[in-house]
Structure formats: C-alpha cells, structure tokens
Write a protein that binds this ligand. Structure first.
Ligand SMILES: Cc1cc2nc3c(=O)[nH]c(=O)nc-3n(C[C@H](O)[C@H](O)[C@H](O)COP(=O)(O)OP(=O)(O)OC[C@H]3O[C@@H](n4cnc5c(N)ncnc54)[C@H](O)[C@@H]3O)c2cc1C
Length: 379
C-alpha cells in the first residue's frame, strides 16, 4: 500500500506517537497528532525515562523476544537519529556494572545469568569481567572505590528529551498538524470516514480501551518509576553504570553537560504523586556510594511517571477492524523498555499498515493480535 495523501490520526504524542507520525509523514501520509499534554511531552513516560538501550542487562529480567527487539533496535536508533535535522545525544559504548564487596554473591548470580543468556542468543555480545586495572582504563572515575566490574559491550543510551524535541521539529517541517492539550478517545474518531486509519499510542491513557477490547485479558497498568536528574561536574562517568544492590539497585545514565539521570524505582502502583522521601534517600545514598563527587552535585529535578505495562509485561499491537468504522491500531505495553525496543515496534507497525502482516514482528516475537480477522490491515 502507498501512504501518499492517506489521512492518519495518531492519538498520543509520547515516544511511539511521535516515531510513527514521523515515519508516516515521511512516506507522504497526511498525519494529525493529538496529545492531552504539551509539546514537551510533559504527560508522557518518554519525557521522564533514562532512555537506556540495554538488551543484555535487561535480559536478566525480561523475555527473549524483548531482548531480540532491543538488539534489532540499536542500529535502527543510530540510523533514525542520523536522519534528524537537530542533534540528539546517542552513545553506544557499553554499560558498566558495579557492586560493593558485600554484594559479590548477587553480582555472581547476575553475571552467570548474562553469560547464559548471551550463549543462548548469538546476537548478544557476552559480558566481560574487568579487573582493577581494566576498570581503571574503562572508567577511571570509579576505580578508587571499586576493584572489579562487568562490562556489557554494545549497549547504548540516548537523550530522550532532545529526541522528543528533534522529532517534533521534524514533524513541523513535514507539515504534521499537532493538537496539544487535546484529550481524545480514539474510538470517537472512528466515525470520521476521512481517516484511513487511527493509531492509539496513548500509553497509560489507553487503559480502558485495552480492558474493553480484550475482555480484561490484556489489561494495562501503570508501574510507578521515580528518577532524579543531577548536575554533577565533579563526576566524570563516561557510560551508563548500574549498581547491583540487594535492596535498591540503581542506574546512572550520564547525559551531556555533566547531567546524570539516576533511577529508577519500580513500584506496582499507579500513583503519580511526587517522589517519596524513602525513594529519594535510597537513590541518592546509592549514587553517593558509586562516586563521592555526587555529594556536591545539584538536584535539577525529581520526577515520577508510570510505565505502560500489559499483564504479561510484554509489548503488543492490537488491530481492530469493524465494518463501517475506520480501522484502529493500538500499540502499547512498552513498559520499562520503550526506548530499547521502539524502533522494532515502529518497523513492525509500518509493515502491518503496508501489507497487513509483519515479518519483523514474526521474527522478533512481537505479539500482533487481530480482533477481527481479515486479510490486510487498513488496506
Ligand atoms: C522512570 C522511567 C524510566 C524509564 N527508563 C527507560 C529506559 O531507561 N529505557 C527504556 O527503554 N525505557 C525506559 N522507560 C520506558 C519508556 O519511557 C516507555 O516505555 C515509553 O515512553 C512508552 O512509550 P509510549 O509512547 O507507549 O507512551 P508515552 O511515552 O507515555 O506516551 C503516551 C502519550 O499519550 C498521551 N495521552 C494519554 N492519553 C491521552 C488521550 N486520551 N488523548 C491524547 N493524548 C493522550 C500522553 O500525554 C503521552 O504523551 C522508562 C519509563 C519510566 C517511567
């Protein structure tokens, strides 16, 4: 199918909504993008995220399909970012894993898990153990406090806020009409026969839709996460660093200009209220044990958002076709891996729109459900 001059409505201008809008607009489609928040993405999980792209590290806690989507997405991110007119900080220099001596057993368990996963998946580079000298070469700023570490090659990160802004300016250039502060139910747009297809990218805003379309089988929930942004010119960490800890494992993602994103709590709650004192104390005391320079850092922001999460913690694309109504595609469940896997989900969705099927989804194990079986989606 050719997209030229076909009209699409995309509801939700967080991570997936912006990526899909850009991809469709570049193919000549006429896209309208709606969001209940503002142009900065103030209501999205995408704005708060650390945006680490860490398939091997995440393989310790997620399914193989998500890991494969993460591996697929790393080079895709590089290409997507290169095509943008505004610069977006992107780094693919690996992840460093650290632990204090008393947590060596936990670190050993984690390491053998990753060893096993990298054996199982040949696309994952195996983790590499670092001794004191190697750690000094890799990340001199932490070598005073730690005498060993683990290096996960190829993993990356990007600057989520620069990305959201850069995508938006690209959308402006391509003439996508963006409607901010506009809360919509995508279902209500389906009577407008002018649209070729409607994409629901509302993240947590799509809770009711997922429950009603799937009879609660795939209900969507928010998983609360809190992060702290620090300005720490005394700390010179080069790459994302994770601290293994039995009670509060943390990551530190160094962005440009001495800014560090430290996170994240993971709490089974949809509470969006400000960060708790307990979470702040845990994150800050843990980060200080990695580098004493964090003591003099300045707290730029403490932020809370919920990760949009389906029952099985996996992403899914749901296709709803009904006679007389515009087709609706729901993309959701990106959970804590939205940045890590979104290029894979993007490519799969575009293929579904083009031909009604997606080899990318099949190969990577992305679940695609047709609520009403018909040949071709939006064809
Ligand atoms: C603390 C935290 C840390 C994270 N760290 C990472 C990480 O390091 N790596 C990683 O890969 N992922 C990370 N994530 C996950 C990632 O941010 C999400 O998976 C991703 O943002 C989900 O994308 P989305 O487009 O589905 O939803 P969102 O980005 O949340 O966007 C949804 C948009 O829909 C809009 N919306 C909702 N309802 C309506 C409505 N009715 N009408 C109009 N608009 C509506 C919202 O305003 C929002 O802009 C993190 C998330 C959190 C919260």
């Amino acid at each position: 199918m050719t997209f030229a001059n076909k009209r699409f409505a995309i509801v939700g201008a967080g991570l997936m909504g912006r990526l899909l809008s850009l991809s469709l607009a570049k193919r000549g489609a006429k896209v309208e993008l709606f969001d209940k928040g503002d142009a900065r993405g103030n209501e999205s999980a995408a704005r708060v995220a650390a945006a680490m792209l860490a398939p091997l590290a995440e393989s310790a806690i997620t399914e193989d399909s998500v890991v494969r989507m993460g591996v697929y997405s790393l080079p895709r991110w590089k290409a997507l970012i290169e095509e943008l007119s505004s610069p977006v900080f992107f780094q693919q220099d690996g992840t460093l894993i650290l632990w204090h001596r008393q947590d060596a057993a936990e670190a050993e368990r984690f390491t053998s898990h990753l060893d096993k996963n990298s054996l199982h998946n040949s696309q994952l580079s195996p983790p590499r153990r670092l001794n004191a000298q190697e750690l000094l070469d890799f990340e001199p700023s932490v070598a005073e406090r730690f005498t060993q570490g683990l290096y996960l090659p190829n993993e990356g990160q990007l600057d989520n806020r620069q990305l959201l802004d850069a995508l938006l300016s690209e959308l402006d250039t391509l003439g996508v009409s963006c409607h901010w502060n506009t809360e919509l139910d995508p279902e209500a747009l389906r009577n407008d026969s002018g649209y070729h297809c409607i994409l629901d990218c509302r993240g947590n805003g799509a809770k009711d839709a997922w429950s009603s379309h799937t009879n609660n089988i795939r209900s969507l929930r928010g998983v609360r996460g809190e992060v702290i942004r620090l300005y720490a010119p005394e700390v010179k960490l080069r790459r994302p660093t994770r601290l293994i800890h039995p009670r509060y494992p943390i990551y530190i993602a160094p962005k440009e200009n001495d800014v560090y994103v430290v996170g994240a709590t993971e709490i089974e709650s949809e509470d969006l209220s400000p960060m708790s004192v307990r979470s702040a104390m845990e994150l800050l005391s843990a980060v200080y044990t990695v580098h004493s320079g964090f003591a003099e850092s300045r707290i730029l922001e403490m932020a809370t958002q919920c990760r949009p999460t389906l029952k099985n913690n996996l992403p899914e694309v749901l296709i709803k076709k009904e006679k007389g109504l515009t087709d609706l595609i729901l993309i959701n469940g990106l959970y804590r891996h939205g940045f890590m896997i979104s290029p894979a989900v993007l490519d799969a969705t575009i293929e579904l729109l083009e031909s009604g099927q997606s080899n990318t989804a099949l190969e990577l194990g992305l679940s695609v459900t047709n609520l009403i079986h018909e040949a071709g989606v939006c064809a």
